[in-house]
Unconditional design. Structure first.
Length: 106
């Protein structure tokens, strides 16, 4: 859920998706779900000569499992907050795997 929470803070921002089939799509993030499926508006395809059928799309839904990586606007990412959240989640997972009774009730 860490990534879902993180990407939810970027709704309304411009991001670029790089897909596993080498398509790069830039657009405004409108929604994301727990499976990291993404909806983008006002899209622009970076390698349009290779994929001309995508030129006429304005909005797109991308399944999370086909996304290779995501380029994010640097100024919108609070790296300190992201690192702290990652550490907290790793600590929770470690405590759960060790059978800590305090975390099993959560």
């Amino acid at each position: 859920m860490l990534f879902h929470s993180f990407f939810s803070t970027l709704i309304g921002k411009k991001i670029t998706l790089h897909l596993k089939n080498d398509v790069s799509i830039e657009g405004t993030l409108t929604s994301i779900d727990q499976f990291l499926n993404v909806k983008l508006e006002d899209i622009k395809v970076h390698n349009a000569d290779k994929y001309p059928h995508l030129l006429f799309l304005k909005n797109i839904f991308v399944r999370g499992s086909v996304i290779r990586y995501v380029d994010l606007p640097f100024e919108e990412v609070d790296t300190a907050l992201l690192q702290d959240a990652t550490r907290r989640e790793a600590q929770l997972l470690k405590q759960k795997s060790m059978g800590d009774p305090k975390t099993l009730a959560v």
